[in-house]
Design a protein around this ligand. Structure first.
Ligand code: FMN
Length: 171
């Protein structure tokens, strides 16, 4: 075996640091997941998003238990996944808390409307998946929210916002 193969096959214990480093290699689309709860609008930046099935159209998002948006989604039963264009990288920073804003304050930037459920829809998103919660699974520190897609939007265009190596870029 050559040294490259040796390195590739060397097992590393999956501690938190090794896991984070490995995940930093994974390029992910960036989304803002929103809801309209009893306390108003809230939303967070999320990369742990995936499609589940086409028929019926179903998506999932993994959200940390401490998230304020998670509590609001659990109460409202609705959420919208807004897939970001590269031009909206500042919104990704705002909705991840990097600008010190929370809840309704985060919606001061961007143009927002709604589709079917009432969850906030970003006009410049490349795609918006408006969902009703169909299941919630508790897994360790997170909740996996499964959503049935009830409406689709997306007025944006251009490159998508990709997150890799703890940085945003366009693809
Ligand atoms: C690029 C990026 C991706 C993120 N992805 C997720 C995610 O998939 N799930 C999650 O719970 N938090 C994720 N976060 C962290 C949340 O955006 C952040 O904790 C946010 O402030 C939570 O807001 P809330 O408490 O108002 O819901 C991510 C942060 C960044 C910068």
């Amino acid at each position: 075996m050559n040294s490259m193969v040796d390195a590739a096959l060397r097992a590393v214990l999956p501690n938190a640091q090794a896991f984070r480093e490995a995940m930093a290699q994974v390029a992910s689309a960036t989304h803002i997941v929103t809801t309209l709860g009893p306390g108003g609008r809230s939303g967070l930046t999320a990369t742990a998003v995936s499609s589940v099935s086409v028929a019926p159209p179903t998506m999932l998002v993994c959200i940390e238990a401490a998230s304020r948006t998670l509590s609001a989604i659990e109460e409202s039963g609705i959420f919208c996944i807004n897939t970001l264009a590269a031009a909206d990288h500042e919104l990704a920073a705002v909705f991840s808390g990097q600008r010190g804003l929370a809840g309704e304050e985060r919606f001061a930037a961007g143009k927002w409307g709604e589709l079917s459920t009432g969850a906030p829809v970003l006009a410049s998103a490349l795609a918006s998946f408006d969902c009703r919660v169909s299941a919630v699974h508790r897994v360790t520190t997170h909740r996996i929210l499964i959503g049935q897609v009830v409406a689709i939007g997306g007025g944006g265009s251009g490159p998508g916002l990709v997150y890799r190596h703890r940085r945003f870029g366009g693809f």
